[in-house]
Design a protein. Structure first.
Length: 283
């Protein structure tokens, strides 16, 4: 199944049978004091720098989030989206739970973005899905609801089912829904990784849809997070994940290697190209 997203100049297919899609995570102020300060000050040079750098390092799309406490997200999100669109040509993933902010950003985007996200809670379904339908976007569905995040993969699967069903009722096709099985840190619960992997397999088997990950969450609070993130990505791609909101600076080469090993990179062309680029950059 293919989920098609577009910018004005570039189309990306998130494909259950294609190469893994990297959604750059860096334009998100959560835990990033410098970016948060620059966003509050409406100094967007750093945002542009992050956008360009992530695409240079292999991002196929960019996540855009302006969730700093106290800011007017309805005014700020479209402003930052415009800055990013002018800086790079890749499609965007608009990251907000605020319906009005999403609508304001979607109204100015050329192409077909991905929205992060909707969940199985009634308030989220009722507020976000109509905006997705109105603007013809694709959407990430989180496998959580008003009861929180279950440790039972079957319950996460049932939430994915609910999101897909409710979207279908208002005319959003299943190919425009990317399910996020949710990744929690194994530092707090050593079974968190296997629960997510089981959910990926169940979702792919039941619905055949694309699966997204916030992959770096798995290693939160633990030493050498990079090694854990690499290992988890390999397992997740093997289970059926097709895209991730992650750090292209650190993980693009690993993902290119995984594509090659999974038969998604003819003669290693993309892997070799990225390796050579890193060599030229002194990486």
């Amino acid at each position: 199944m293919k989920t098609i997203v577009r910018s004005e100049k570039k189309t990306v297919a998130i494909d259950t049978d294609g190469p893994f899609v990297i959604i750059g995570e860096k334009i998100n102020p959560t835990g990033r004091k410098k970016l948060a300060g620059q966003i509050v000050a409406r100094n967007f040079d750093y945002v542009r720098e992050l956008a360009v750098k992530q695409v240079e390092m292999g991002a196929d799309m960019l996540d855009v989030n302006v969730g700093v406490p106290g800011v007017n997200e309805v005014a700020l999100l479209p402003e930052v989206v415009k800055v990013v669109m002018e800086a790079v040509e890749v499609p965007l993933c608009i990251d907000s739970a605020n319906r009005e902010a999403l609508a304001a950003a979607l109204a100015i985007i050329t192409g077909k973005p991905l929205v992060n996200s909707v969940n199985g809670g009634e308030a989220s379904l009722n507020s976000v899905l109509p905006v997705i339908k109105e603007y013809g976007a694709a959407v990430i569905g989180l496998t959580m609801d008003d009861s929180g995040i279950s440790n039972d993969p079957e319950i996460r699967l049932s939430i994915a089912d609910k999101i897909i069903e409710r979207a279908a009722k208002i005319g959003i096709p299943i190919e425009d829904i990317v399910i996020d099985p949710l990744v929690l840190t194994v530092g707090a619960d050593s079974s968190a990784g296997i629960i997510t992997l089981q959910t990926i397999r169940l979702v792919r088997q039941a619905f055949g849809v694309n699966v997204n990950l916030g992959a770096s969450n798995v290693s939160f609070g633990l030493p050498d997070r990079h090694t854990l993130n690499q290992a988890f990505l390999g397992l997740a791609i093997g289970a059926g994940a097709s895209c991730a909101i992650t750090d292209p600076m650190k993980l693009a080469l690993t993902i290119r290697a995984l594509d090659l090993l999974c038969g998604q990179d003819s003669f290693g062309a993309r892997y070799i190209k990225h390796f050579r680029k890193l060599e030229q950059m002194g990486g």
